[in-house]
Ligand binder design. Sequence first.
Ligand code: ATP
Ligand code: MG
Length: 359
Amino acid sequence: MLKQLHCSNFRNFSSAHLQLADGLNLIYGANGSGKTSILEAAYFLGMGRSFRSHLSQRIINTQHSECTVFGQVFFAEELNKIGIRRQRSGNNEIRINGENTKGLAQLTAILPIQIITPESFAILFEGPKARRQFMDWGVFHSQPTFHRLWAATKRLLKQRNALLKSQSSPAMLNPWDKELINLAEQVSSLRNNYIASLNEVLKGIIEQFLPDKNVVVSYYQGWDKTLSYQEVLAKQNQRDRELGYTVSGPHKADLRLKVGNMPAQDALSRGQLKLLVCALRIAQGQLLAQQTGKDSIYLVDDLPSELDAKHRGLLLSQLQLTQAQILVTAIEPSAIIDSLSQPPSKMFHVEQGKVVEQK
Ligand SMILES: Nc1ncnc2c1ncn2[C@@H]1O[C@H](COP(=O)(O)OP(=O)(O)OP(=O)(O)O)[C@@H](O)[C@H]1O
Ligand SMILES: [Mg+2]
């Protein structure tokens, strides 16, 4: 859990400090006060990037050339001090317990973050990338071998594509393919098992959030499931050569979300879609806690939007059931407080780039 969050020159904050509590932290304030920016700072600390823009330089206050975020994170029975600095040139500098480190993966492992924002719908509407990232977040945190396997798979795919582009002979491709097939099958099997476990947890939450909807979440591995990857590469050899890249494989994996036979985005209302995205994220956090004992941190931006009072209450109580630390933002605090059975652990008022804890 994130005990302290400190940021400087981040968006509209020259400096902000939050001493966070276990349980629910409510962050409220007017439009443009900086609520989303606080969640963004926490996300940046765990992920090394923003959830709002692919251009992470945008998080740096316009008057400055770099921004920093520090945090104290309770993880693996210890208090860890982590920090990240972003320069306008694009450089990231990461420190964990006083030592510089290059690997973002280390940071991510210490701070498992679940984000839910009004933009989280992307997971349903956009291409498979966002859904693959969602799935791989879970596999990464629950299977220590996944990170290495997936990184090696991506490297091999890159090499294979370069060879395909240069019209290399099949004899040159064969040794690479053998290794790629082996890795792809391993990656796929980890993902497949993960989605099966996720579905178990998801069922109960969907029953609460969307009781009359038959939501089906299924895994697509990136190639025809009746064939081995070896058979697929052999079958598509000619096509891959013509196109100069590998058409099928674990890089095309996806998570398919349906209600009955219809794609979820066509079958559900806006509020119901929001609840589905929340259910997926909550299930993921619960499963992680079950499998590894690691607690996620939930960042929920503008929780009240698109939900009626009953569904706000349902969502908040499911979030609280995860036992995780939760950072929730809202414009009016009553939109959250009125839907809770007990008051939030802490409240923070944000006003023009200043954060004040409310006692
Ligand atoms: N790089 C930056 N430097 C300085 N200010 C910035 C930067 N990026 C964004 N801002 C400003 O920071 C302010 C806070 O934005 P933020 O999105 O955090 O507000 P918010 O409280 O979430 O508002 P809303 O309720 O409308 O969602 C805005 O006024 C925005 O224009
Ligand atoms: Mg906002």
